[in-house]
Design a binder for this molecule. Structure first.
Ligand code: CA
Length: 371
């Protein structure tokens, strides 16, 4: 039984209402899905983080030939072969996302061939329920910065953990977060995400101005290249500093950990190198006393992969008072997350129990949105 075919599907939807983070407004969503078929007819699905067309090009022109004809169970040697092929020029960024999409599809195949969900293959312990944190409070978007209305909506939906976008406008951000805290009340965990938008000085000013708001964590305060800036911000503030969605592989993440740049690490399985790489990163982080909180941004395939991953994370600081795994759930409109497959969506999530990733893909949706 060998890998017979590697296909990519680039899908895109235009968004009726653009929504923003510190860097830009999203006017569309696009994704590169990966479909791998084996000689026994098993089909596995994966997804790549980041710009869809370049991911497609990388898979079709660089990586597909390295895995076609190989045993799909040899995930580690295939990963190493793909990584090594790009070592000179692709140790971060899109080549790693392309590898991630292939690797996740190989896990889906392994699960389908054994009849086991991926979390069992990973050795994950299944909590009965996973809490979702609502990534919302974008700039603009459907709520048009009506923070009180969005807060009421999220509370009404039952969310206990939420995240707000900041990083584009320091004084405005302080005001928005202050309003969000007042609207959400003290019982809801409120995190903020600057998406690399502040200088260290601005990040420290934000943290000092919001010291009394009891923020859950402060994500990507500064650019990922500036680890000294991360450390400076982390040293100056009490709020936990999070980061890692803009970093890749065990080698890239090692620098974040060893330099004590973050309190919370946020690898994304569709970006950092795949599910095994995310587990390796989380294990490495645990040895540094750093918990992992997976980043999730994509279709139902990405969410399913994130759910399986979340069950297989090490417990870094055990104590009776700790909550279970929490996973990111984007609140902006997302057709591919909501309708490519049927997953529970809301403040309480369940890991799919079916074989592989445990999702059935609606191919008609892919055809309807194919680029
Ligand atoms: Ca983020």
């Amino acid at each position: 039984m060998k890998i017979e075919r590697v296909s990519t599907h680039v899908i895109m939807e235009e968004l009726p209402i653009p929504f923003g983070m510190s860097q830009w407004f999203w006017t569309s969503r696009a994704s590169c899905l990966v479909e791998i078929e084996t000689t026994d007819g098993t089909i596995g699905w994966g997804e790549c983080f980041g710009p869809a067309e370049p991911n497609r090009a990388l898979i079709e022109s660089v990586f597909a030939d390295l895995v076609i004809g190989a045993d799909p169970w040899e995930r580690i040697s295939l990963w190493e072969a793909m990584y090594n092929k790009n070592r000179e020029w692709g140790r971060k960024g899109l080549p790693i996302a392309a590898i991630s999409g292939i690797e996740i599809a190989l896990w889906d195949i392994a699960g389908k061939q054994t009849g086991l969900p991926v979390y069992k293959l990973l050795g994950g312990r299944l909590p009965e329920e996973l809490a979702a944190y609502a990534s919302g409070f974008y700039y603009g978007g459907e709520w048009k910065d009506d923070i009180e209305a969005e807060a009421a909506h999220l509370i009404g939906q039952g969310y206990r953990y939420v995240k707000m976008k900041i990083g584009a406008d320091l004084p405005g951000d302080i005001a928005r977060v202050t309003r969000a805290r007042a609207a959400l009340g003290e019982d809801v965990q409120l995190a903020v995400d600057a998406n690399r938008g502040y200088t260290p000085t601005e990040a420290m000013a934000f943290g000092r101005a919001t010291r009394d708001l009891n923020l859950w964590f402060f994500e990507e305060p500064v650019i990922p290249e500036d680890l000294d800036g991360y450390r400076e911000v982390r040293s100056a503030l009490d709020v936990p500093i999070a980061g890692g969605e803009s970093e890749f592989t065990r080698w890239g993440m090692r620098q974040l950990m060893e330099s004590r740049a973050v309190d919370v690490l946020q690898p994304d399985a569709t970006a950092c190198g795949g599910l095994r790489e995310a587990v390796l990163i989380a294990e490495q982080a645990s040895a540094h006393g750093i918990p992992t909180l997976p980043h999730v941004w994509g279709s139902a395939i990405t969410l399913a992969a994130g759910l399986h991953l979340a069950t297989a994370l090490p417990v870094v600081t055990p104590s009776m008072g700790r909550a279970g795994p929490v996973i990111e759930l984007d609140q902006a409109p997302n057709t591919f997350r909501d309708h490519l497959s049927s997953l529970d969506l809301g403040p309480v999530l369940h890991v799919p129990e079916g074989p592989g990733l445990g999702i059935e893909i609606d191919r008609s949706l892919i055809e309807a949105y194919r680029v």
